[in-house]
Design a protein around this ligand. Structure first.
Ligand code: ADE
Length: 458
């Protein structure tokens, strides 16, 4: 590739002779020319600017001087392409300006595929607009900006572009794998934080997982940190992630960031206590989701009978009116209820849980029951269950019964619901035995799980 920079401050570009770009030039991967625009002036004072037509502050760079310079410099590219056997080659005239399109990694990758890049550095108020207009008929013209701030001229932006392009040329970066993982790569995420020795520095320890030698855990940890960092620093990038850029293991990290991994990409998820005005929507959601947890051969009338008795709008109004006894949380996605939990607290601190297997295994009291945790089928796999579970356990950790903090929580799930059972096992619940559960006129086998609660603040 050949890059030519035209500027009134050629020395500004001396920095490009250093480091990786310098080596790329020495090795012949990159041919770099830096040219003084004043070499194409014709007057004694080497004038490159004039007052803006129409009035206004500052000075504008003259098109005639730029025109002469660009004719000569574009011709250097033709010679280069002929020598490289690149035919006519692809030439891009890049003009740094704060009013240009934002320069990002995609555009840099595109420019790195050109044969000849000419960077025309403006100063003052910029270059007469007819220069870009004129050359757009002959070569690709890109007016680009390196950020939403104003510099005194295009030289710093030219340095940025040359360095960003040069490191993508074959053989310039020693380990091309480092290109794949870095910020603004195909993953669409900012890079995770990095550490080196010593493992302890001024009282700060390197995260333990990085010393574990466990490659899968390290990869997961790095991905979680990348997701967190991107969500905090660049919410626009997280919102632009597509489903195929998300990995199944991303759901937990996204849920902790208040995001659901939907088929359209991550979307804000709001988990909050249910309000009495949610009763009707909750009943509708419950009627839709309860059958999903029932075995396929369960008669529909038994399911319907259960829903009519336990999950009607009236029942939800009762649950919501009695917040000493019930905790109801909802997960809202795009303003729609996507899931809910219903936990039941004991009336007395020493009341045993009404599943005998749980009572036998858990001696501490009081114990609450996580009676329902349901998510709409269309939102399964998005991490909403995890977000609801985390929020419910956090809320229960702060609750007391007759002044005593809740010690544990238990739940029952249909023994044949493998999806739910795998989820509970994965999220730290311990299988404690079974119980009988009546749905309509049918007695079903439930597997029961327990989890101790850590008191909040301890
Ligand atoms: N020239 C002056 N400011 C600039 C910016 N932000 N980007 C590119 N070129 C510039």
């Amino acid at each position: 590739m050949r890059i030519d920079v035209v500027t009134i401050f050629p020395a500004y570009l001396d920095a490009l002779r250093l480091s990786l770009v310098g080596r790329a030039i020495e090795s012949g991967v990159l041919a770099l020319g830096v040219h003084d625009l004043r070499g194409w002036t014709t007057d004694r004072h080497h004038t490159v600017d004039d007052a803006p037509l129409g009035g206004g502050a500052g000075m504008v760079m003259r098109p005639d001087v730029w025109g002469r310079a660009l004719e000569d410099v574009l011709a250097l590219g033709i010679d280069h392409c002929v020598r490289e056997g690149a035919g006519e080659g692809r030439t891009v005239l890049a003009i740094p300006t704060p009013s240009g399109v934002p320069l990002d990694q995609r555009r840099v990758e595109d420019l790195a595929a050109a044969d000849h890049l000419v960077i025309a550095c403006g100063r003052y108020e910029g270059i007469d607009a007819r220069v870009a207009e004129h050359y757009a008929g002959r070569v690709e013209v890109l007016e680009y900006s390196i950020g939403d701030y104003v510099l005194n001229g295009g030289e710093a932006a030219a340095l940025v572009l040359v360095e960003a392009v040069a490191r993508l040329l074959p053989g310039v970066v020693g380990n091309p794998e480092s290109l794949a993982e870095e910020s603004h790569g195909a993953a669409g995420l900012l890079e995770y934080p990095v550490y080196t020795r010593p493992a302890r520095w001024r009282g700060h320890d390197v995260p333990e997982v990085l010393l574990s030698g466990h490659h899968a855990n390290i990869a997961r940890w790095r991905r979680d940190r990348a997701l967190e960092r991107t969500a905090r620093r660049r919410p626009d990038m997280v919102a632009a992630l597509t489903a195929d850029q998300l990995e199944p293991g991303d759901r937990g990290a996204l849920a902790r960031l208040g995001l659901a991994a939907t088929p359209a990409g991550p979307r804000p998820l709001h988990v909050r206590p249910a309000l009495s005005s949610d009763a009707a929507a909750l009943a509708e959601l419950a009627a839709e989701t309860f059958p999903l947890a029932c075995p396929p051969n369960m008669p529909a009338e038994d399911v319907a009978a259960f829903v009519a008795v336990n999950l009607s709008p009236e029942r939800f109004r009762e649950y919501l009116a009695d917040d000493d006894r019930y905790l109801v949380l909802v997960a809202e996605l795009g303003g729609i209820l996507a899931g809910y939990t219903l936990a039941v607290l004991p009336r007395a601190a020493d009341e045993p849980p009404h599943a005998p297997d749980v009572a036998a295994v858990v001696s501490a009291r009081p114990v609450a029951e996580l009676s329902k945790i349901y998510v709409r089928a269309t939102a399964h796999g998005s991490g909403i269950s995890q977000a609801l579970m985390d929020a419910t356990l956090a809320a229960l950790s702060g609750r007391t019964v007759q002044g005593r903090p809740l010690a544990a929580v238990w739940l029952g799930t249909n023994a044949r619901n493998r999806r739910a059972r795998a989820f509970y096992a994965r999220s730290g619940w311990e299988h404690a035995g079974s119980r009988r559960f009546t749905v309509g006129g049918r007695v079903e086998d439930d597997a029961v799980y327990v989890r101790p609660l850590v008191e909040s603040g301890s």
